[in-house]
Design a protein around this ligand. Structure first.
Ligand code: THU
Length: 138
């Protein structure tokens, strides 16, 4: 599907913008909104390591800060110095962050050198925390 291949390409381009002087592990994420826009993010490291932000949350927060709350899919690409070897799985914090705005059926594309593996958020992160209990966020 073209949209998914475009999302893959956007994740790879974002990965090359990673600021990762400490780990040399480059990650890029591309988040497609229901309105058809793509927001990208890369990991941004910090000398105080815990201040680092992952690519997925950089993309999600950029999108939400721009007024977007409805998402279609995300693609994630990562590897040492930007070399794609296997897949880059999203960390638990990023999985939890995505659950705030995305349903369990939300597609998560894990980029490989050849294409991508398609998963769902629910499959990757069952039993996520929520205290909304059926209410929607403001
Ligand atoms: N990283 C991400 O950007 N996303 C993830 O889901 C996992 C890890 C980044 C954080 C850090 O800059 C580097 O990868 C190595 O952990």
């Amino acid at each position: 599907m073209t949209a998914k291949n475009e999302l893959r390409d956007a994740a790879i381009a974002a990965m090359m913008r990673a600021y990762a002087p400490y780990s040399d592990f480059f990650v890029g994420a591309a988040l497609l909104t229901k309105s058809g826009r793509i927001y990208t993010g890369c990991n941004i490291e910090n000398s105080s390591y815990s201040a680092t932000c992952c690519a997925e949350r950089t993309a999600l927060f950029a999108a939400v800060a721009s007024g977007e709350r409805e998402f279609e899919a995300i693609a994630i690409a990562g590897g040492h110095h930007g070399k794609l070897e296997g897949v880059c799985n999203p960390c638990g914090v990023c999985r939890q962050a995505l659950t705030e705005f995305c349903e369990p059926a939300f597609p998560v594309l894990l980029v490989t050198a050849e294409g991508y593996e398609e998963h769902t958020l629910g499959e990757l992160f069952p039993g996520f925390f929520t205290n909304l209990n059926g209410k929607t966020g403001q």
